[in-house]
Design a protein around this ligand. Structure first.
Ligand SMILES: [Zn+2]
Length: 119
């Protein structure tokens, strides 16, 4: 039987990153729930008092951890380079694979990001 208890696979301080990670997990066909997102997002600029917890069913834990490990690996590979979105001009930290503002991929020509381009 599948174990559907929710377990926390990651705590992140920023709801935007939490949503990014949720997108990655969902892209891997893993169900995801964020806990604390509303609290963290409701007060922009206020001192944060709760990290966002990324929860997955226990049966998906190892798969989710693999996705997150891959994400961490790619972040580390990019070092600390920030990039500017070519679509909306927003400045993004290196950890963001797509623009947090508009969802645009950083470099349409080089990345697989073509999927993000609207037809
Ligand atoms: Zn953008």
């Amino acid at each position: 039987m599948a174990d559907t208890r929710l377990v926390c696979v990651r705590r992140v301080p920023h709801p935007i990153e939490a949503n990014l990670l949720r997108g990655l997990l969902e892209a891997a066909d893993l169900p995801v729930a964020l806990i604390g997102e509303g609290l963290a997002g409701a007060y922009a600029g206020a001192p944060r008092f709760a990290d966002v917890k990324i929860m997955v069913p226990a049966w998906a834990k190892s798969s989710a951890e693999a996705v997150l490990a891959d994400y961490d690996h790619r972040c580390a590979a990019q070092s600390q380079e920030e990039w500017r979105c070519g679509s909306c001009g927003e400045h993004n930290d290196a950890g963001f694979e797509i623009c947090w503002q508009c969802g645009h991929a950083p470099d349409d020509n080089k990345k697989k990001g073509d999927a993000w381009r609207s037809a």
